[in-house]
Write a protein that binds this ligand. Structure first.
Ligand SMILES: Cc1cc2nc3c(=O)[nH]c(=O)nc-3n(C[C@H](O)[C@H](O)[C@H](O)COP(=O)(O)O)c2cc1C
Length: 225
């Protein structure tokens, strides 16, 4: 039996986005939208879908948590030997997507991914709750097959015993942050009648650059919905 959703629809009417009044830097708008999502109590607005594609040309998507918006991109943490880590080794191009239903907004970020500094990864790892640190060691290699849950739990208990609560859990070499250096960001605001607002920022060079923010110039375009 198939399941039919063709009668389900919402009208999006909570906001609008005007090309003339958006900030010159997409990072400013991203941070403003993220702040609004936090104020509006969107649950985990920093959770994003991350799409990667390895040498097999088959895209994969999964949720990861955004941990920092830098001056050049966005940072998340993961296991470097996971399936996504393998994809990124083979092809550094990626997209990240946020959807905040409560605000009727979507943000789509494209760029290339690279590992961040090992020291910065270690600093964040050491800030995480002790049991999450232990969990990172259990999940190695992340995305590898495990025969059953008991094996995971036994390993967790062994590692907890080896590293009691007040002791340091070493930062795994196979774990750390990636930064997606932003090449373009599209901001989508739902509107009535499917007449949504879409403003995309792309890095520009030369005369078509409308704005200069630090060393980066950004051009905006409105896209058909
Ligand atoms: C809300 C949520 C947050 C998550 N955050 C992360 C994260 O920050 N890093 C991570 O490696 N996996 C995170 N995961 C798990 C991933 O979605 C995924 O299962 C895992 O990273 C393995 O992906 P891969 O096999 O494509 O490498 C999260 C999942 C959910 C649902």
């Amino acid at each position: 039996m198939s399941m039919d959703f063709t009668d389900q629809r919402l009208s999006y009417e909570k906001g609008e986005l005007d090309q003339q009044s958006v900030p010159t830097s997409p990072f400013e708008l991203l941070k403003a939208w993220m702040n609004e999502a936090l104020v509006q109590k969107v649950q985990e607005p920093y959770a994003m879908s991350l799409a990667t594609c390895g040498a097999d040309n088959k895209p994969s998507v999964r949720i990861v948590l955004l941990r920092e918006i830098t001056e050049t991109g966005i940072v998340f943490y993961t296991n470097y030997e996971s399936a996504k880590g393998q994809d990124i080794t083979e092809n550094p191009n990626a997209e990240a997507l946020f959807f905040w239903h409560e605000l009727e907004r979507q943000v789509r970020i494209s760029g290339s991914i690279a590992k961040i500094d090992a020291d910065k990864s270690a600093a964040y790892f050491q800030k995480r709750p002790h049991d999450s640190q232990v969990g990172a060691w259990v999940s190695q290699p992340q995305s590898g097959e495990v025969a059953n849950r008991e094996i995971m739990e036994q390993t967790f208990e062994q590692l907890q015993a080896a590293h009691p609560d007040n002791t340091t859990v070493p930062t795994p070499e196979f774990w750390g942050g990636y930064e997606i250096t932003v090449e373009s960001i599209e901001f989508w605001q739902g509107r009535a009648n499917r007449m949504h607002d879409r403003i995309v920022y792309t890095q520009s060079s030369g005369d078509d650059s409308k704005v200069n923010e630090g060393n980066t110039s950004w051009t905006t375009k409105r896209l058909l919905p």
